[in-house]
Design a protein around this ligand. Structure first.
Ligand code: TXA
Ligand code: MG
Length: 323
C-alpha cells in the first residue's frame, strides 16, 4: 500500500507528477479520452508497475504517449499514410501502431515484445504539459483495474487505484469519454484495430479509401488484446523445466540453480530474488537475447502464479504454443 496523492492541475502539481514519472513511479493523468495510468515507457520496471497496479492478468502492448509528432518519429517509423494521419488528427484521440524506429527507446515490456509501437499525441492540455515536462514517452493504459470500466474523472481513478499508485493529476472530467481510435500502419493497407474517439469515416475520407478492419488473422478483430501478432521467439520454448538439457538456453527464476544450467549455451535470470515485478520487466528482452544465441530450445524455470506471475506465465505459454 502506498499513499496516493491527488495533485492539482497547476504548475506545482505538474512538476510533481513529472518528477514521479521520471523516478519510475505511477501517475494517473487526464487525456481527452479517458484517464491514463502513466509510467515512463523507457523504464521496464516502471511499466511492470502498471500491470501490477491494474492486476492485469496478461501483457498487452501499451500506447506510448508523446508531446509531438517529432517525438513520435524518434520511436516509430512513419510511412506516407501514417504521416498523413498524424498530421491530420494529432494532437487528438488517434493511436497509430507503426514499426519501431532504430532510435526507439520504448521498453520491450511496453510493446509486449512486438516490433511495432503504439503512439499517440493527446490533445488534453494537462496531458500535453505533463508529457512536455517529463520529456520521455509515457506508457498509459486506461487507469482502471482490470475488468472495470475506463475512468473519466479523478474520483473514478481513486475508486479503483487508491493506495496502488503514487498520484493522480486531477484535471476534472474528460470530454471524449471513449478510448482513442487505433490504426495500424505496418506496411500494407492501414487497418482499424479499435474504433474510438476519431470516427473511422473521418479517417477514410482523409485517405480516400476504406480501412481494413482488425489485425491480420485475428479471431475477433476489433477487440483489443486479441491480436494475432503476439511476440513469439524463433526457438522452441520448454516450460517448467526442472533441468537444463545439453544444447539448451536457460531462462531462470529465483536463486536456486537448475540442474545442468552451468552447461547451458546461454542463461539469464528473470529475477534472482524471485520478484515477479522484476521478472516481468525482463521477460521480453531476455527471451529475445536467449533467442539470439541461436539455440533450438529455451528451457524456462517454473514461475509461481502469484502477482505478475500470472501474466508472465500467460505470455510464456503463448510463446511455447505458437508454432
Ligand atoms: O484513449 C486511449 O487510447 C487510452 C488513453 C489513456 O490514451 N488508452 C488506452 O489504452 O485505451 P489501453 O491499454 O486500454 O489500450 C491499448 C491497446 C491495446 O490493447 C492494443 O490493442 C493496442 O492498444 N496496441 C498498442 N500497441 C500496439 C501494438 N504495437 N500493436 C498492436 N496493438 C497495439
Ligand atoms: Mg482499457
Amino acid at each position: 500500500m502506498r499513499r496516493t496523492a491527488r495533485l492539482a492541475a497547476e504548475d506545482a502539481g505538474l512538476m510533481e507528477a513529472a518528477a514521479i514519472l521520471k523516478r519510475g513511479g505511477l501517475v494517473a493523468f487526464p487525456t481527452e479520452t479517458v484517464y491514463g495510468l502513466g509510467a515512463d515507457a523507457t523504464n521496464a520496471e516502471a511499466v511492470a508497475g502498471i500491470y501490477a497496479a491494474k492486476e492485469r492478468p496478461s501483457f498487452n502492448p501499451l500506447i506510448s504517449h508523446v508531446d509531438s509528432f517529432d517525438a513520435a518519429r524518434i520511436q516509430g517509423a512513419f510511412d506516407e499514410t501514417a504521416r498523413k494521419l498524424a498530421e491530420a488528427f494529432w494532437p487528438g484521440p488517434l493511436t497509430l501502431v507503426v514499426p519501431v524506429a532504430s532510435t526507439c527507446t520504448v521498453s520491450d515490456l511496453a510493446r509486449a515484445g512486438l516490433d511495432s509501437v503504439g503512439l499517440r499525441v493527446p490533445s488534453h492540455p494537462l496531458a500535453h504539459a505533463l508529457l512536455k515536462a517529463t520529456g520521455r514517452p509515457v506508457a498509459a493504459p486506461s487507469a482502471n483495474r482490470s475488468g472495470r470500466v475506463s475512468p473519466t474523472d479523478a474520483d473514478h481513478v481513486l475508486g479503483d487505484l487508491d493506495g496502488r499508485i503514487d498520484a493522480v493529476l486531477d484535471g476534472g472530467a474528460t470530454d471524449v469519454g471513449v478510448e482513442s481510435t487505433i490504426v495500424a500502419c505496418l506496411g500494407g493497407m492501414p487497418r482499424l484495430l479499435r474504433p474510438g474517439g476519431v470516427p473511422s469515416e473521418a479517417i477514410e475520407a482523409l485517405l480516400g479509401r476504406r480501412l481494413e478492419i482488425g489485425s491480420e488473422g485475428a479471431k475477433n478483430p476489433v477487440a483489443p488484446g486479441m491480436l494475432a501478432s503476439h511476440y513469439a521467439p524463433r526457438a522452441q520454448v520448454r516450460l517448467n523445466a526442472t533441468e537444463i538439457r545439453p544444447g539448451e538456453a536457460a531462462l531462470l527464476f529465483g536463486a536456486a540453480p537448475l540442474q545442468g544450467s552451468a552447461q547451458a549455451k546461454a542463461q539469464l535470470n528473470l529475477s534472482e530474488n524471485g520478484d515477479p515485478k522484476e521478472a516481468a520487466a525482463h521477460l521480453f528482452s531476455y527471451l529475445r537475447r536467449l533467442d539470439a544465441s541461436g539455440v533450438e530450445t529455451i528451457a524456462v524455470a517454473p514461475v509461481p502464479e502469484t502477482g505478475l506471475g500470472e501474466a508472465i506465465n500467460d505470455r510464456l505459454r503463448r510463446a511455447a504454443a505458437e508454432r
